[in-house]
Write a protein that binds this ligand. Sequence first.
Ligand code: SF4
Length: 239
Amino acid sequence: MISADYDGLVAATRATLARIAADFTPAVFASSLAAEDMVLTDLILRAKLPIGIFTLETGRLHAETLGMLDRIREAYGYEVAAYRPDTAAVEAYVQQNGLNAFYDSVDMRKECCRIRKVDPLNRALAGNKAWITGQRRAQSATRSDLHVQEEDVAHGMVKFNPLADWSEEDVWHYIRSNDVPYNPLHDRGYPSIGCEPCTRAIAPGEDVRAGRWWWENPESKECGLHVVDGKLIRIKQIA
Ligand code: SF4
């Protein structure tokens, strides 16, 4: 359902982003290039905020997801920075375990995510005061306690989730009413998009994150970007 105070929600999100740009420079936005992240991309770039945008180019993304880099360049004239995994680490993992060993166990999956996502994320975040994600509270069981502003003790910086209060319908209302480019996979049953071999389309009525690591329990379904030593890094709510 679209939020009753949708306009207020958008205004609050604009204000949050402006506050980040004013008080937390340098700040970066970690974009997965999915729908939520396109809303934030649009808000940041239209307002010309000094917030860098990057994505984790894992080497296993769908062609449609990679195509979003071109769509963003065409629509906004902006080049999203792509952080890639260490080649030697990827080669060692594949040589020792196989290209798709992440299907074998949660540990194997987390090791692949560490190499392809977590380590590049740490490089992308280094030297910043704050980082931003497009996570929403309603997305999954692991995100039910998400707040707009949190302290990321693992990375030693503030983490912002400006869309924490948004519904899925709010996201799509913003995209459609502002003509924001979006990943065509969303129209083919992919509400949540990750790496190609770890994401499947979902059936109507399924949980929006049911297509991510669908062979695992819901509790283990985070890539490690928001988890350290098995704990969510949302240790302390700030606002
Ligand atoms: S989502 Fe899958 S392919 Fe991508 S880094 Fe994680 S385990 Fe590897």
